[in-house]
Write a protein that binds this ligand. Structure first.
Ligand code: PHE
Length: 372
């Protein structure tokens, strides 16, 4: 058994001497691998008498365990040392002066939102906001989209319940009183505003919206702006004038022609989709505007707020009427600034931003031109 002692002290010395992860791996193979002295000793157990095996086996197995532990603890020390060395060599000195100035610029979506706020502020509209994680009631029910309404299927909704919260009861994921959604439009801000502020109301609500949809013209996250006016004696004429004034200011030309097409939304009655006329320049490119349009592009949905929606917010529809509209901001930006792929908006590519982005001091004003 003195060989055991000799093997033990030699291997422990090897462990202690190993000073890299490669070296300790070599020790592991040499000490515990198939060709090792310990493996050879284990093999001798088979040929022993039961008594002899009973006496020797625990010592050989004990040695194997001790050496395996020694290898593992040396390996842990060397790993910690390697990590420290890496952290030290990869450290960034945040106090060093930068070699280039700031790289960012204002994203076209932010710029368009600023332009919208400026245009509508001039018409007496305030900016309202609401949560992106909405409950079913604000996103659907209060907007006259009851549970069984087919319009729910049109929205490709992202449902958000935490499995822990629903406690394994998966049916809760689909029950109106317990589910949360990523808002599919900015229309729930209509509801929140009517519940919070007594009329008359004039607001726009720009922000992020979500639908499970993705291709060159749809991204799962996109931006909308909602408009809402509630007052006495409001009619479609107010809606049409407001939209015309907005679109003329936004595209910065007076020869804008709008076309209101009868449409359907559960929360407006009557409803209208709004197209803007375009003409073509010499190279055939579509330009928004022109007194005699060559074609039409749809830009928004709108209508008179449904009496049921007004009543759901605790107001008397016999006294208060209003109009609402909802418009895709990304699409507005594409039309105004000539971008063709919506996905590029969210790539975070500095080259794209340098091309289409706006200087941070370029603040839109009506007098200076909202999109200069
Ligand atoms: N919320 C509608 C949509 O996302 C747009 C809309 C808003 C229509 C307000 C009418 C009134 O498609």
């Amino acid at each position: 058994m003195s060989d055991l002692e000799a093997i033990r002290s030699a291997l422990l010395a090897d462990c202690a001497a190993a000073d890299s992860l490669d070296a300790i791996e070599a020790v592991r193979v040499k000490a515990l691998g198939k060709q090792s002295a310990i493996a050879a000793l284990m093999k001798t157990l088979g040929a022993m008498s039961p008594e002899e095996r009973q006496a020797k086996a625990p010592r050989i197995q004990g040695l194997r365990g001790e050496i395996a532990d020694a290898v593992a603890s040396r390996k842990a020390v060397l790993e910690a040392r390697a990590l420290d060395a890496r952290l030290a060599s990869e450290r960034l000195d945040m106090s060093l002066p930068v070699s280039a100035g700031p790289q960012g610029s204002i994203h076209p979506v932010s710029q368009v939102m600023d332009e919208l706020a400026e245009i509508f502020a001039d018409l007496g509209f305030a900016v309202a906001t609401g949560p992106e994680i909405e409950d079913d009631w604000h996103n659907f029910t209060a907007l006259n989209i009851p549970e069984t309404h087919p319009a729910r299927a049109m929205h490709d909704t992202f449902y958000l319940n935490d499995p822990a919260e629903i406690g394994g009861d998966w049916a809760k994921l689909f029950r109106a009183d317990t589910r949360k959604v990523l808002r599919t439009h900015t229309s729930p801000v209509q509801i929140r505003t009517m519940l919070q502020t007594p009329p008359p109301i004039r607001i726009i609500a720009p922000g992020r919206t979500y639908r499970s949809d993705s291709d060159a013209t749809h991204t799962p996250m996109f931006h909308q702006v909602e408009g809402l006016v509630i007052d006495r004696g409001i009619h479609m004429g107010h809606l049409k004038w407001t939209l015309e004034t907005f679109v003329k200011a936004f595209f910065e030309r007076d020869d804008i022609v709008l076309r209101l097409r009868p449409s359907y939304f559960p929360f407006t009655e009557p409803s209208a989709e709004v197209d803007v006329g375009y003409t073509r320049d010499k190279s055939g490119r579509r330009i928004i505007g022109g007194a005699e349009p060559d074609g039409w592009m749809e830009i928004l949905g709108s209508g008179m707020v449904h009496p049921k929606v007004i009543a759901a917010c605790g107001l008397d529809p016999a006294e208060w009427q209003g109009f609402a509209f909802g418009c895709g901001i990304d699409r507005l930006a594409m039309l105004k600034y000539g971008m063709d792929d919506l996905r590029a908006f969210f790539d975070g590519d500095l080259r794209w931003l340098r091309h289409y982005g706006f200087h941070s001091l370029d603040i839109p004003t009506l007098s200076g031109g909202v999109g200069a």
